[in-house]
Design a protein around this ligand. Structure first.
Ligand code: FMN
Length: 227
């Protein structure tokens, strides 16, 4: 298993939404701790650290979360016929409960009411990305499964959330079934302006920008000739 030492750019470019996880390979507590510890190093407003994490390993609770997640994936499919889910999204809809561990990331408030959705998601997202990167470096993958936040009442019941907590996402973590593969993103030139809105950037892709390394590619990416 990788030790966690990985080139930062390799990790950033190959940390994917990893939904197909090995159900037969565990994520030891030591690695879960490292992933959480990397998460809480993230930038956060005023260093108030308005987050809590629930590490779910209990099969009964995983099953309840899995049932809830399946319902939401089905709802996404049925409520928007134009939104075609890919095989990974559908797979996780069926197999969330079999994830070796599910980390539930919660935003909290200092009062007795949960923070609103935007506050909870915004406050926890840097930590979530750090956790995904740390998981990647340790040889795992995971996925931000945030659609579940729409069912706070059910999450509150299943997890016994405190009155000031809002569950922002489930983060299933495990060893990927395949390799990590490459992302598909619009280039910087298409999403960046100079000085004011709408003014095309002068930035040009430098030759030294990160390039895929053969050993980091999935079989699919190799076949597509990427790298
Ligand atoms: C706020 C947020 C919510 C997300 N919710 C879900 C979700 O509920 N289910 C899911 O399968 N993926 C979810 N994702 C993952 C995205 O679909 C994924 O990051 C995107 O498709 C890019 O994937 P890639 O990095 O592998 O290219 C979410 C991502 C973010 C940032």
């Amino acid at each position: 298993m990788p030790t966690g030492s990985m080139d930062l750019f390799d990790a950033i470019y190959t940390t994917r939404a990893t939904r197909k996880l090995r159900h037969d390979l565990p994520v030891p507590d030591e690695d879960v701790y490292k992933i959480l510890d990397a998460g809480i190093q993230a930038a956060n407003g005023g260093n108030r650290q308005v987050w809590k994490f629930i590490v779910v390993r209990d099969p009964r609770i995983k099953r309840q979360l899995g049932d809830l997640y399946r319902e939401l994936v089905n709802w996404v499919t049925s409520s928007n016929p134009n939104r075609k889910l890919d095989s990974g999204e559908l797979y996780l809809g069926e197999h969330m409960a079999e994830s070796p561990v599910i980390i539930v990331v919660c935003g909290i408030s200092s009062g007795n009411e949960p923070p609103d959705e935007a506050t909870a998601v915004g406050a926890t997202m840097p930590a979530i990305e750090n956790m995904l990167l740390a998981a990647r470096a340790l040889g795992y993958g995971g996925n931000i499964s945030a659609v579940v936040r729409r069912r706070q009442d059910d999450l509150r019941r299943i997890l016994g959330l405190g009155p000031n907590a809002y569950a922002a996402t489930l983060l299933p973590i495990g060893v990927p079934q395949g390799s990590h593969g490459l992302k598909s993103r619009l280039p910087v030139e298409e999403v960046t302006y100079d000085d004011t809105w709408g003014n095309p950037t002068r930035l040009k892709r430098p030759a030294s920008v990160w390039k895929p390394k053969l050993e980091l590619l999935s079989e699919g990416d190799r076949k597509k000739g990427r790298g």
